[in-house]
Design a protein around this ligand. Structure first.
Ligand code: SF4
Length: 267
């Protein structure tokens, strides 16, 4: 830049000497410094300001680094708002004894939603669903029978707060909480809902039958197929029932058009 300015000054002096109007000849030149008198000390060009880096078109790999952040994903934003609402909820008395509400977690666009009854003690401590021994078994069922991780599915409960003494949630507590589940289902829009245990199945379906009566039947909620199976806590007490759950999950795979994952039901 300094060299360019010196060249321009030489051109200006030459133009003045030959009576040429340089501004007409070179209309796009940058503004000129006043010409120094011939006798003055030569102008030392001020250090040029650091040039802005050239703006190159981003390569595909750079796009996410260079592009400004886009608008937030509307589904994730709706989930975040719902989570905050549940964490602050006082609609029923269960909020009084909770350490953490447990809104649910997983892939907000999951094809399958697993539904339990209410958080247990471990879930109340962590604010996450199915993290105790039952949750570990659920993880093994997902991996062994579906080839999925919990981050591939969505996991929620009909009641979002831990009932004292690990009792089942009362009907009026479930009724107060169900609108949250309705909103979760509307956001995830799963292709299949899997009810884990009697409380989840009866409250979602408005049924009064036992799990053994509801298993294997063509059921649906709001047009979404529902598969009823045993709660993982029951499977821990009655390992022989894992064979039933294995068959139920095979049905889920068929409804989703997923390939069966061949593995023994001894998860
Ligand atoms: S169980 Fe549901 S309705 Fe009751 S306080 Fe917790 S979030 Fe609210």
């Amino acid at each position: 830049m300094a060299e360019l300015r010196q060249i321009l000054q030489h051109l200006e002096l030459a133009a003045q000497a030959y009576g040429v109007d340089l501004t007409l000849a070179v209309p796009t030149l940058p503004p000129r410094r006043p010409a120094a008198p011939a006798s003055a000390t030569p102008v030392v060009a001020a250090p040029a300001a650091p040039a802005a880096p050239a703006r190159l078109a981003p390569t595909p790999g750079e796009t996410t680094l260079l592009a400004p952040a886009g608008p937030p994903d509307p589904v994730e934003a709706a989930f975040a708002a719902l989570r905050r609402e549940i964490q602050a909820c006082t609609r029923c008395a269960l909020h009084q004894g909770r350490e953490h509400a447990v809104p649910g977690e997983g892939n907000p666009r999951a094809e399958v939603l697993f539904l339990g009854e209410a958080p247990g003690a471990s879930e109340d401590k962590t604010g996450r669903p199915f993290v105790g021994p039952s949750g570990q078994l659920l993880d093994r069922i997902l991996a062994g029978a579906m080839g999925l991780q919990r981050s591939d599915v969505y996991i929620a409960n009909v009641a979002k707060c831990h009932p004292p003494g690990n009792r089942n949630p009362e009907p009026h507590e479930v009724a107060a909480c169900l609108p949250f589940l309705t909103r979760q289902l509307a956001l995830v829009r799963p292709k299949v809902i899997v009810c884990l245990g009697r409380v989840a199945a009866q409250n979602l379906l408005g049924a009064s039958e036992s799990v053994s009566k509801l298993r294997g039947r063509d059921l649906c909620h709001d047009g979404i197929p529902v598969v009823v199976t045993w709660h993982p806590a029951y499977l821990l007490r009655e390992p022989a029932a894992k064979r039933d759950t294995w068959e139920d999950i095979k049905r889920v795979n068929r409804l989703l058009g997923r390939p069966e994952v061949p593995k023994s039901p001894g998860a």
